[in-house]
Design a protein. Structure first.
Length: 241
Protein backbone atom coordinates (compact mmCIF):
# COMPACT_ATOMS: atom_id res chain seq x y z
CA UNK A 1 0.00 0.00 0.00
CA UNK A 2 2.86 2.38 0.87
CA UNK A 3 4.47 1.69 -2.51
CA UNK A 4 1.18 2.51 -4.25
CA UNK A 5 0.88 5.78 -2.34
CA UNK A 6 4.46 6.69 -3.28
CA UNK A 7 3.70 5.97 -6.94
CA UNK A 8 0.58 8.15 -6.76
CA UNK A 9 2.59 11.00 -5.21
CA UNK A 10 5.21 10.66 -7.95
CA UNK A 11 2.53 10.78 -10.65
CA UNK A 12 1.02 13.92 -9.08
CA UNK A 13 4.45 15.57 -9.01
CA UNK A 14 5.04 14.61 -12.65
CA UNK A 15 1.66 16.06 -13.65
CA UNK A 16 2.49 19.30 -11.85
CA UNK A 17 5.87 19.49 -13.59
CA UNK A 18 4.23 18.88 -16.99
CA UNK A 19 1.75 21.68 -16.33
CA UNK A 20 4.56 24.04 -15.36
CA UNK A 21 6.52 23.11 -18.48
CA UNK A 22 3.62 23.83 -20.78
CA UNK A 23 2.17 27.10 -21.97
CA UNK A 24 -1.08 28.85 -21.08
CA UNK A 25 -3.78 28.10 -23.63
CA UNK A 26 -6.69 30.49 -23.59
CA UNK A 27 -8.35 33.15 -25.70
CA UNK A 28 -10.73 36.06 -25.44
CA UNK A 29 -12.49 38.59 -27.64
CA UNK A 30 -12.13 41.99 -25.96
CA UNK A 31 -14.66 44.80 -26.54
CA UNK A 32 -13.57 47.35 -23.92
CA UNK A 33 -11.94 49.72 -26.43
CA UNK A 34 -14.22 48.87 -29.37
CA UNK A 35 -16.82 51.11 -31.05
CA UNK A 36 -20.18 49.84 -32.26
CA UNK A 37 -21.93 51.20 -35.38
CA UNK A 38 -25.49 50.34 -36.39
CA UNK A 39 -26.59 51.53 -39.84
CA UNK A 40 -23.28 53.48 -39.95
CA UNK A 41 -24.26 55.47 -36.84
CA UNK A 42 -22.07 55.19 -33.74
CA UNK A 43 -23.88 53.73 -30.73
CA UNK A 44 -23.02 55.84 -27.69
CA UNK A 45 -24.17 53.31 -25.09
CA UNK A 46 -22.74 49.92 -25.96
CA UNK A 47 -24.76 46.83 -25.06
CA UNK A 48 -23.69 44.62 -22.19
CA UNK A 49 -21.08 42.20 -23.51
CA UNK A 50 -22.32 38.66 -23.08
CA UNK A 51 -19.99 35.83 -22.10
CA UNK A 52 -20.60 34.03 -25.40
CA UNK A 53 -19.33 37.08 -27.33
CA UNK A 54 -15.98 36.77 -25.59
CA UNK A 55 -15.40 33.11 -26.44
CA UNK A 56 -12.79 32.03 -28.99
CA UNK A 57 -13.61 28.58 -30.36
CA UNK A 58 -11.18 25.93 -29.17
CA UNK A 59 -9.90 28.02 -26.23
CA UNK A 60 -10.87 28.48 -22.59
CA UNK A 61 -11.55 32.06 -21.52
CA UNK A 62 -8.40 33.61 -20.07
CA UNK A 63 -10.18 35.49 -17.28
CA UNK A 64 -11.73 32.21 -16.10
CA UNK A 65 -8.32 30.69 -15.55
CA UNK A 66 -7.72 28.95 -18.87
CA UNK A 67 -5.63 25.80 -19.17
CA UNK A 68 -2.06 24.82 -19.99
CA UNK A 69 -0.91 22.73 -22.93
CA UNK A 70 2.22 20.70 -23.46
CA UNK A 71 4.10 21.98 -26.49
CA UNK A 72 4.65 19.24 -29.06
CA UNK A 73 7.40 20.76 -31.20
CA UNK A 74 10.98 21.03 -29.94
CA UNK A 75 11.28 24.64 -31.11
CA UNK A 76 8.05 25.77 -29.43
CA UNK A 77 7.73 28.90 -27.35
CA UNK A 78 4.90 30.30 -25.28
CA UNK A 79 3.19 33.09 -27.18
CA UNK A 80 0.71 35.81 -26.38
CA UNK A 81 -0.70 37.73 -29.33
CA UNK A 82 -3.38 40.32 -29.80
CA UNK A 83 -5.02 41.14 -33.12
CA UNK A 84 -7.24 44.11 -33.88
CA UNK A 85 -10.33 43.21 -35.86
CA UNK A 86 -13.61 44.44 -37.25
CA UNK A 87 -16.76 42.34 -36.83
CA UNK A 88 -19.73 43.01 -39.10
CA UNK A 89 -23.11 41.49 -39.83
CA UNK A 90 -26.81 42.22 -39.64
CA UNK A 91 -29.23 42.67 -36.75
CA UNK A 92 -33.00 43.27 -36.76
CA UNK A 93 -34.20 46.79 -35.97
CA UNK A 94 -37.35 47.70 -34.02
CA UNK A 95 -39.49 46.97 -37.08
CA UNK A 96 -37.86 43.59 -37.69
CA UNK A 97 -35.85 44.76 -40.71
CA UNK A 98 -32.23 43.71 -41.02
CA UNK A 99 -29.72 46.54 -40.62
CA UNK A 100 -25.94 46.48 -40.81
CA UNK A 101 -23.85 46.56 -37.65
CA UNK A 102 -20.08 46.84 -37.26
CA UNK A 103 -17.71 46.61 -34.32
CA UNK A 104 -14.44 48.48 -34.87
CA UNK A 105 -11.36 48.09 -32.67
CA UNK A 106 -12.23 44.71 -31.18
CA UNK A 107 -9.20 42.83 -29.84
CA UNK A 108 -8.68 39.09 -30.29
CA UNK A 109 -6.18 37.90 -27.67
CA UNK A 110 -4.80 34.36 -27.60
CA UNK A 111 -2.15 32.51 -25.58
CA UNK A 112 -0.77 29.21 -26.85
CA UNK A 113 2.31 27.26 -27.95
CA UNK A 114 3.80 28.44 -31.24
CA UNK A 115 6.89 27.66 -33.25
CA UNK A 116 9.77 29.98 -32.38
CA UNK A 117 9.92 31.27 -35.97
CA UNK A 118 6.25 32.34 -36.05
CA UNK A 119 5.62 35.98 -36.91
CA UNK A 120 2.55 38.22 -36.90
CA UNK A 121 2.25 37.71 -40.66
CA UNK A 122 2.06 33.93 -40.13
CA UNK A 123 -0.61 34.38 -37.46
CA UNK A 124 -2.70 36.74 -39.61
CA UNK A 125 -2.49 34.37 -42.60
CA UNK A 126 -3.58 31.44 -40.46
CA UNK A 127 -6.27 33.16 -38.45
CA UNK A 128 -7.98 34.63 -41.51
CA UNK A 129 -9.01 31.09 -42.53
CA UNK A 130 -10.72 30.33 -39.21
CA UNK A 131 -14.33 30.90 -38.26
CA UNK A 132 -14.91 32.27 -34.76
CA UNK A 133 -18.65 32.93 -34.86
CA UNK A 134 -21.95 32.10 -36.52
CA UNK A 135 -22.58 32.12 -40.24
CA UNK A 136 -23.22 35.59 -41.66
CA UNK A 137 -20.63 37.33 -39.51
CA UNK A 138 -17.57 38.75 -41.24
CA UNK A 139 -14.17 39.40 -39.69
CA UNK A 140 -11.43 41.72 -40.89
CA UNK A 141 -8.02 41.53 -39.20
CA UNK A 142 -5.40 44.27 -39.03
CA UNK A 143 -2.80 45.13 -36.39
CA UNK A 144 -1.00 42.33 -34.58
CA UNK A 145 1.12 42.40 -31.44
CA UNK A 146 3.13 39.26 -30.60
CA UNK A 147 5.10 38.41 -27.46
CA UNK A 148 7.16 35.23 -27.03
CA UNK A 149 8.72 33.68 -23.95
CA UNK A 150 10.27 30.40 -22.85
CA UNK A 151 8.10 27.33 -22.33
CA UNK A 152 6.83 27.35 -18.76
CA UNK A 153 6.49 31.13 -18.71
CA UNK A 154 3.34 33.22 -19.29
CA UNK A 155 4.84 36.09 -21.33
CA UNK A 156 3.77 38.63 -18.72
CA UNK A 157 6.19 41.52 -18.30
CA UNK A 158 3.95 43.16 -15.72
CA UNK A 159 3.97 41.14 -12.51
CA UNK A 160 2.35 41.85 -9.14
CA UNK A 161 4.42 41.04 -6.02
CA UNK A 162 2.95 38.73 -3.38
CA UNK A 163 3.69 41.31 -0.70
CA UNK A 164 3.95 45.08 -0.42
CA UNK A 165 5.14 47.12 2.56
CA UNK A 166 2.52 46.54 5.26
CA UNK A 167 0.27 44.38 3.08
CA UNK A 168 -0.20 41.37 0.81
CA UNK A 169 -1.76 40.31 -2.49
CA UNK A 170 -5.18 38.80 -1.82
CA UNK A 171 -6.28 38.04 -5.38
CA UNK A 172 -5.04 38.25 -8.95
CA UNK A 173 -6.88 37.91 -12.24
CA UNK A 174 -7.41 39.11 -15.78
CA UNK A 175 -10.44 40.70 -17.41
CA UNK A 176 -10.80 41.83 -21.02
CA UNK A 177 -7.09 41.34 -21.54
CA UNK A 178 -6.07 43.51 -18.59
CA UNK A 179 -4.31 42.07 -15.54
CA UNK A 180 -5.31 43.25 -12.07
CA UNK A 181 -4.71 42.36 -8.44
CA UNK A 182 -6.31 43.19 -5.08
CA UNK A 183 -4.18 44.00 -2.05
CA UNK A 184 -5.00 44.10 1.66
CA UNK A 185 -3.18 45.83 4.53
CA UNK A 186 -2.13 44.41 7.89
CA UNK A 187 -3.39 46.40 10.91
CA UNK A 188 -2.83 49.21 11.69
CA UNK A 189 -1.82 50.11 8.12
CA UNK A 190 -4.36 51.90 5.91
CA UNK A 191 -4.83 51.26 2.20
CA UNK A 192 -3.89 54.18 -0.02
CA UNK A 193 -4.55 54.02 -3.79
CA UNK A 194 -1.81 54.50 -6.34
CA UNK A 195 -1.81 58.25 -6.99
CA UNK A 196 -1.35 57.95 -10.78
CA UNK A 197 -4.15 55.39 -11.14
CA UNK A 198 -6.34 57.36 -8.74
CA UNK A 199 -6.04 60.67 -10.61
CA UNK A 200 -6.46 58.99 -13.99
CA UNK A 201 -9.58 57.15 -12.84
CA UNK A 202 -11.16 60.35 -11.50
CA UNK A 203 -10.44 62.20 -14.75
CA UNK A 204 -11.76 59.36 -16.88
CA UNK A 205 -14.95 58.70 -14.91
CA UNK A 206 -15.69 62.11 -13.40
CA UNK A 207 -16.16 60.53 -9.98
CA UNK A 208 -15.37 62.22 -6.69
CA UNK A 209 -12.32 61.30 -4.62
CA UNK A 210 -14.51 59.36 -2.19
CA UNK A 211 -16.21 57.41 -4.99
CA UNK A 212 -12.90 56.69 -6.70
CA UNK A 213 -11.40 55.48 -3.43
CA UNK A 214 -14.26 53.02 -2.93
CA UNK A 215 -13.81 51.73 -6.49
CA UNK A 216 -10.07 51.27 -6.88
CA UNK A 217 -8.22 51.84 -3.58
CA UNK A 218 -7.27 48.17 -3.20
CA UNK A 219 -6.58 47.54 -6.89
CA UNK A 220 -3.30 47.21 -8.75
CA UNK A 221 -3.14 47.44 -12.53
CA UNK A 222 -0.70 47.48 -15.43
CA UNK A 223 0.19 50.20 -17.91
CA UNK A 224 2.85 49.81 -20.59
CA UNK A 225 4.10 46.62 -18.89
CA UNK A 226 4.59 48.41 -15.56
CA UNK A 227 2.62 47.55 -12.38
CA UNK A 228 0.87 50.36 -10.53
CA UNK A 229 0.44 49.27 -6.91
CA UNK A 230 -1.55 50.68 -3.99
CA UNK A 231 0.27 51.45 -0.73
CA UNK A 232 -0.27 50.50 2.89
CA UNK A 233 0.56 53.48 5.09
CA UNK A 234 0.49 54.32 8.77
CA UNK A 235 -2.78 56.11 9.69
CA UNK A 236 -1.00 59.40 10.45
CA UNK A 237 0.64 59.29 7.00
CA UNK A 238 -2.47 58.29 5.05
CA UNK A 239 -4.64 61.17 6.38
CA UNK A 240 -7.79 59.12 5.91
CA UNK A 241 -9.59 56.25 7.62
Amino acid sequence: EDDTEDEDDTEDEDDTEDEEKGCPRCGEVIYSSATLFVADVEVEQKPEIERDWRIVQGFDLCYEGGAREECAADDSVCAKYQITMSISGKVPDEDGNDVDYRWEGVKLQIRECLGSSYTCDDILDEISTKEYSEEGTEFTYSDCKLEKCDVGEDCEKCKFPDAIMGGYKAQEGEFEGEKYAYYMCFPPFVMTPNKHSFKGYMEQTGKTAQEAYMDIAYTAGCHEDKPYLPECRQPHEAHHC
